[in-house]
Write a protein that binds this ligand. Structure first.
Ligand SMILES: Cc1cc2nc3c(=O)[nH]c(=O)nc-3n(C[C@H](O)[C@H](O)[C@H](O)COP(=O)(O)OP(=O)(O)OC[C@H]3O[C@@H](n4cnc5c(N)ncnc54)[C@H](O)[C@@H]3O)c2cc1C
Length: 441
């Protein structure tokens, strides 16, 4: 039987992974006319980008200085100092506006396209890739790297079935892609249905890179209490969140929470999830929700007593409904063991104390964080010690650059994670092109 010859294509720079980081890297790498390929396993680019910001794409964060921005990324943030100085939130906004998209800045510095459409962000990126004549190779699953003399020689690619024609055996067709420099931007492991299945990690480990163990980050919390499902969809714009472990109560801040069928979510919980994850162990861990953080307990007790004395004939559930969505008000009564139809005048002192306790310290037992299927980002990844912070070049393999979530970098919600992708995409693309000029072989 004759074996088909494997086709080899040659490029100056090959970018593996067509997400936010890979697209920006390919645009920057091709600005000076380099022959660049962008290789993506899906049959379209930016599948995850389209989901960002609930389809609106919170593409960066405008409210902070660069040093504040770095502080928000935790201990690894300092790695980005020089790359952010070259291409930070303001340069990113200029970049997108120059590509023809109007932006708007919302509450807390979150920047969105004025159209509220992530699709528009993807469209301008695709236009820029075409303008720079980047070869966009869709439906190509990279399955491994081949090394020669300490450098990546080529990558092995298999055409995925998604774009295979029913008339040919393209689903099994193999290719080699050879390039002087490679940019690895395969993302993390979160939302694997978008193509981010952590493929880059095993290749990096095989060529000698250290991996910081990965975990889901920016993720909702599953609780042991199943009654939360009765409140599914109910949100509170401002709730105080505390973590309780071994009788220690830690303040995790105030923000929006949403009850779900499995537990609790919303921006404030998602941002707190990194901290919650770090505290999960053998001991029981609780969340305590302060549903009325603007009032301290003594103020609430006073107000409550005066109000109850004043409106004796009112239904308790209607009175509580002035503070909370009705379903939540009724749940608080149920948890306090108070029947739905009770009038205010029948509430005992003990019951009043109980209601206040539930409003100020609604306790939920953390069962687990949700997994990578629901996590917005991946914590951990390629160790930053082995990557040059200015160029994103690997310190282990000379012709390899890394960009985006594959790196051990992650931030809170609010545009930080896409900014990491743009900043590292920019640095890696520019330096891969410069490296090619210096070492074209
Ligand atoms: C639901 C959701 C909402 C979000 N909202 C926001 C937001 O509003 N603002 C914000 O800042 N961040 C947001 N994020 C996080 C942000 O989307 C990511 O941090 C960012 O997309 C990471 O970009 P990346 O290019 O590094 O990786 P990805 O976007 O994951 O791209 C990696 C690409 O590589 C491809 N790939 C992987 N393996 C291979 C292979 N073997 N061969 C070929 N191609 C491969 C994948 O198919 C994928 O297209 C959100 C995340 C999620 C899941």
């Amino acid at each position: 039987m004759q074996t088909a010859k494997i086709k080899t294509e040659h490029f100056d720079i090959a970018v593996i992974g067509g997400g936010a980081a890979g697209m920006l890297a390919a645009i920057c790498a091709s600005e000076g006319g380099k022959k660049v390929a962008l290789i993506e396993k899906n049959n379209s680019l930016g599948k995850k980008l389209l989901l960002t910001g609930n389809g609106r794409c919170n593409l960066t964060q405008a409210n902070f200085s660069k040093s504040d921005f770095i502080g928000k990324l935790g201990k690894n943030g300092r790695f980005l100092f020089s790359a952010l100085a070259a291409f930070g939130p303001h340069e990113t906004m200029d970049f997108f506006e120059d590509l023809g998209i109007r932006l708007k800045t919302e509450k807390d510095g979150r920047v969105f396209p004025a159209s509220n459409k992530a699709r528009d962000v993807l469209d301008v990126l695709e236009k820029a890739l075409k303008r720079n004549k980047v070869k966009i190779m869709l439906g190509r699953n990279v399955i491994g790297l081949e090394m020669k003399d300490g450098k990546i020689d080529y990558i092995n690619v298999v055409e995925t079935q998604l774009i295979a024609s029913p008339h040919c055996n393209a689903s099994l067709r193999k290719e080699k892609i050879q390039a002087a420099n490679f940019i690895l931007s395969t993302g993390g492991k979160s939302y694997p249905a978008t193509g981010s299945t952590g493929d880059g990690y095993s290749w990096l480990a095989a060529i000698g890179h250290t991996l910081v163990s990965t975990a889901p980050a920016l993720v909702p919390v599953r609780t042991k209490e199943t009654w939360v499902k009765d409140l599914q969809g109910i949100s509170l714009a401002d709730a105080g969140i505390y973590l309780v472990r071994n009788n220690r109560r830690i303040n995790l801040g105030i923000g929006e929470i949403i009850f779900t069928h499995f537990g609790i979510s919303g921006p404030a919980i998602i941002n707190a999830s990194k901290f919650i994850g770090e505290h999960l162990g053998d001991d029981k861990v609780f969340l305590e929700l302060d549903l009325l953080p603007a009032l301290d307990i003594s103020e609430l007790e006073k107000k409550f007593k005066t109000d109850l004395d004043r409106h004796k004939k009112k239904d308790l559930k209607n009175y509580l409904g002035e503070y909370f969505p009705q379903k939540l008000a009724e749940k608080i009564m149920e948890l306090a063991g108070i029947e739905k139809d009770r009038k205010i005048h029948s509430v005992t002192r003990a019951e009043r104390t109980d209601l206040i306790r539930l409003m100020k310290n609604l306790r939920l037992t953390v069962a687990s964080l949700l997994d990578f299927n629901q996590a917005m980002v991946t914590r951990g990844g390629a160790s930053l010690k082995e990557v040059d912070p200015q160029t994103m070049r690997s310190k282990i393999v000379k012709n390899l650059f890394l960009a985006g979530e594959v790196l051990d970098l992650d931030g809170p919600t609010g545009g930080y994670n896409l900014q990491i992708a743009w900043t590292t995409g920019h640095a890696s693309g520019q330096s891969a092109a410069e490296n090619f000029d210096k070492h074209p072989e």
